[in-house]
Each structure stands twice: as C-alpha cells, then as structure tokens.
Write a protein that binds this ligand. Structure first.
Ligand SMILES: [Zn+2]
Ligand SMILES: [Zn+2]
Length: 298
C-alpha cells in the first residue's frame, strides 16, 4: 500500500516560514492500495484532508474516512474537502461510537453546523454516509482494519491498524499513555491496546507532541512524548516509527533536532526483518520525523 502523509501537525494549523519543511496542516493520512491510482481510505480529516483532493486526478473521492476522534484538528478539513464535496463523490465517514449514544452525524454536527459553521454534515454534496464504530475488526475499501480505544483527553479516541493482507500501518496520532500510569520510564504505560495495534507493524504513525522533559508539565493535555513513540515501536516490533502530530509551535529547526536525537537508531541502524518483531522484545525500528507531503510505500 502507499501512505500519503497529508497533515502531520497537532492541535491547530501552523502556517509560516519556520514550518515549511515539516508542514502546517493538521492530521490526515491517505492510503492507496498497491497499484491503485487514487487513495480509498483516509485516516482523520484535519486540514490536511485538503491535500487529498490533489491525489484524486481531478475525480471525486470514493472511499472511507475513519476518524480517530472529533477534536478540531481531526475534523476541520471536512467542509474544505473538494474531492468529497461534489455531486459524484461517495464517502463513508466512520467515527468512534459516542458514550452518550448520540449518532455519528449528530456528534459531528455539534462542531460543524450554524452558528459554528455555515453548513452541517448533511450540507456536503455527494453521497455521504455517517456511522459509528465500536472497537474491533472491520472491513473498509478492501482493507482489514482493527480499531482499539486508546487513552487521550476529552472524547472517546481510537487507534487504527490497517492491513491490505501484505503490509500493516498503525495510526495512533493522539494518545495519552500517562493516563494509565507512569509506565517503566515515566512516559506512560505500554498498554495492551497500543501494543496490539503496533505489533509487528511495518509503520507506526504515532503522537510525538511532546519531548520527554515536557511530560511532567504537559502530558495532562492528552499527548505522548516522541520517546514514548519510539519505545512503543521497539516493544511492539514495529519496523518504522513516524513521529507525528507535531506541536503547532514546534519549528522546522526543532523538529530537525528531534530527528537528530533519534539518529543513532535511524536509517543506518540494523533493521528488523518484517514480521520478526514481537511484543515485549526490544527491537530496532527506524525512527523518523513525519513531514507533510511524505509518501511511504509499504
Ligand atoms: Zn489531535
Ligand atoms: Zn485530540
């Protein structure tokens, strides 16, 4: 499969000269089947969703969008998704079932409807279906997906494991593992849902909003440290770890520094053969800082 990193920023977009190299769009990842011309599955609908339109060759989007949760940085691209907001589009949008029992469309409309925004979800052109998702397996656009709940802050949040039968990508952009305890290194628990989602994965795209020294003061806002993402990748036997969901004020220079801090375990380090990683056994994943516009072939 082919992974397009369309938005790797967290919380709010980050325009400006000091953010050009890693990009300012918020969370969105598009996935294409091997050999397919266009993506069929999109993870999250932050402002990076606008970039997905340019991957469609002028055609409409026909596929599924999976939301990890409903925070602004994961939904604000929806009404600006030109490839999905046209009469010939067909879009299935799935989001975590709300604890209140509220329908998917109603939950979405609380943040996207007048007076907050000119239209509600029903105002999008094309054939849109909104539905709720419970943890567990599902099939979407020829992919097998596993949804698991992960701790975050302020609303039910899922991580996803997506397989095309050959490769696996794991997506956990918003994750607060310290909510379950300090864990072995003070960065949060390496808990079963996270380990299961990332077990032996080819690519783990994970929350790296914080640096470890920021965890004591800032983890309560709901995020993980880059060092936790690396630790999870190693424990789960991931082949590669993409540090993502960057803090909005983290400049290119600071993200380059983050990349350098993981350099000893970077591309020059020995790689685990695919599938040989095991949960609980430290591995040597390649760790890199996700940049908007990045394309990864798995
Ligand atoms: Zn977020
Ligand atoms: Zn969030």
């Amino acid at each position: 499969m082919r992974i397009h990193l369309c938005g790797v920023r967290g919380s709010t977009p980050a325009p400006g000269a000091e953010f050009l190299r890693y990009g300012g769009h918020t969370s969105s990842v598009a996935i294409s089947h091997a050999g397919a011309a266009t993506p069929a599955l999109v993870l999250d609908a932050g402002t990076g969703l606008r970039r997905v339109t340019s991957l469609l060759g002028g055609g409409p989007f026909t596929g599924t969008i999976l939301l990890t949760h409903l925070h602004w940085d994961h939904v604000h691209g929806l009404p600006f998704f030109r490839g999905g907001d046209r009469d010939d589009a067909r879009v299935t949008l799935l989001l975590p079932a709300q604890e209140s029992g509220e329908s998917a469309a109603a939950a979405l409309a609380r943040g996207m409807s007048p007076p907050h925004f000119p239209i509600g979800p029903g105002g999008l052109r094309g054939d849109w279906t909104f539905a709720s998702l419970s943890p567990g397996p599902l099939k979407a656009e020829g992919f097998t997906v596993e949804a698991r709940e992960v701790p975050h802050k302020g609303g039910r949040t899922f991580g996803y494991r997506v397989s095309d039968g050959h490769s696996v990508v794991t997506y956990i952009p918003d994750h607060c593992p310290t909510a379950l305890g300090p864990g072995p290194d003070g960065l949060g628990e390496y808990h079963p849902a996270a380990l299961d989602l990332a077990a032996g994965t080819d690519l783990l795209i994970h929350d790296a909003f914080l640096f470890a020294p920021e965890v004591p003061a800032e983890a309560a806002f709901g995020h993980a440290a880059a060092e936790y993402a690396a630790g999870l990748g190693a424990r789960a036997g991931a082949r590669r770890v993409a540090l993502a969901h960057h803090k909005p004020d983290r400049t290119d220079d600071e993200l380059e520094e983050m990349a350098r801090s993981f350099a000893p375990r970077g591309p020059a380090a020995p790689q685990l053969p695919p599938g040989l990683g095991s949960p609980g056994l430290p591995g040597t994943p390649e760790i890199f800082v996700a940049a908007e516009g990045g394309i990864l072939e798995l």
